[in-house]
Design a protein around this ligand. Sequence first.
Ligand code: PRX
Length: 571
Amino acid sequence: MDMQRIPAQDGIYNLQNFDKTRETFSWEDVKKNFSWNETGKVNIAYEAIDRHAEDTDKKDKTALLYSSPDREEKLTFDELSKKSNQFANVLKKYDVEKGDRVFLFLPRSPEFYAAFFGILKTGAIAGPLFEAFMEQAVRDRLQDSEAKMLITTPDLLGRVPQEDLPDLEKIVLVGDHNESSDKYIDFQKEMKEASTDFDIEWVDLEDGMLIHYTSGSTGKPKGVYHVHNAMIQHYATAEWVLDLNEDDVYWCTADPGWVTGTSYGIFAPWLKGVTNVIRGGRFSPENWYGTLDKFNVTIWYTAPTALRKLVSAGEDAVKKHDLSSLRHIMSVGEPLNPEVITWGMKAFDLRIHDTWWMTETGAQLIVNIPSEEIRPGSMGKPIPGVEASIVDNEGNELPPNQMGNLAIKKGWPSMMRKIWNRPEKFESYFVNGWYVSGDSAYKDEDGYFWFQGRLDDVINTSGERVGPFEVESKLIEHPAVAEAGVIGKPDPERGEIIKAFITLNDGYKDSPELLEEIRQFIKTGLSAHAAPRELEVKDAIPKTRSGKIMRRLLKSWELGLPTGDTSTLEE
Ligand code: PRX
């Protein structure tokens, strides 16, 4: 088969004529799928959950199929609606109001989803945190967002530095605990007492609903702020790209602490009223194939790093399971290797569809549409309603096959509306009417986009975005570390791994024990995924005359590449 072009396979495709749809499409048409089109009253929690619960044909349909090593549970749309109403009442009782930031620091569990929609129903802004975050990561996010309330478990409470969080008024604890202070709210007890009816807070399309923190190459993580309007694009892409239909069973493997886990782990499937599989616990090929098999998953959205691990596990692991229900697979987060697509054709007899987008973009923008030919190695083409291009640094469009900044014409529905508390940062994304992504790419003559790399120093390790500055800042908090420079180093399974170069303070000597101690310091202080896999002691860290760490130079040294222009290097 010509691997450069894999024709579409047979299947149910909601978007049959891509080119024609692109020509005639308007976002206004998507609005007709929502009741607020007539009332003007909006709440994404209503559209995703309550409207199905109000529908006599849908209310008893399974919305959530939860499975983890020690727990299994199903919730219908009606049950999820009632539980989220109860939680909204709990929040109201403790004075949560529209616009307040309420954070979730919880493992994936049915309680997470009830609480998440409870927050949205009050008009508050939800802030999901990845369960593996340690103290520094939790502090940065809760401080910056001035969070008023947090929902967590007694186990995770130790990572919440309450003394540094003056705005945090209450903490809801999910699970048994012995805390007696009135700062704590007992989830089980309050839920039992709360009414299952709630008057949802109707908001404006442009009102806030969600903050996801993400990393850049400089500064602390930034709070990417999304509004209810995003639902228009979640809905459209659920139809065109996820190809969701009434009877599908859908599984998105991402954690809701990251944007894929909310936009496509929560909103897209439920806006379409589809049964959504949520898997708790850790990754293993056996667990994952087992999940696909057991729940007869039809549509699967996952990431290259997981797919590469499945490739390593071999075809026999696949053959142990009946995956005949599966009809559509998608990938996001990092480049999807053509070899993985080839393997997917053999292992599943299905193509794997790459999709490109970012925390800041809120939803998919460049994708391989199921009904179209795909070109392995390419991210695909922009969805209808989105204009993408390759531009130079001044925002001028470049011709086909020329590498440059991957940029999107401002104005798609799910675009972030601000960076929390940092208006200048938000503005810095836009040049000449284009949102400039920070990725480099080129476009071929037929309009397919090909990812080339990051233009900044942001590291993508196993599909997770890590800012070098954050890791460097934490490293120099260790008493042995004087200076630090952090880079991403290519790795066949993880995409990149984090490598840190450090200099030591007087009195400390380079030893494997010390390096391991420093690694653990990051792992337990910041988060496991930000801990450098490799640490190397240097006599000096290269810096510019103005004091900026020259990560690019560190990278060239590490990879044995030409060092390029070093004229700004400090003596
Ligand atoms: O570099 C691109 C890479 O992930 C970045 C966005 O990361 P994040 O905000 O964490 O969102 C990830 C999931 C939406 C991008 O700037 N990336 C994402 N998808 C792809 C990709 N790189 C190559 N191919 C992709 N399909």
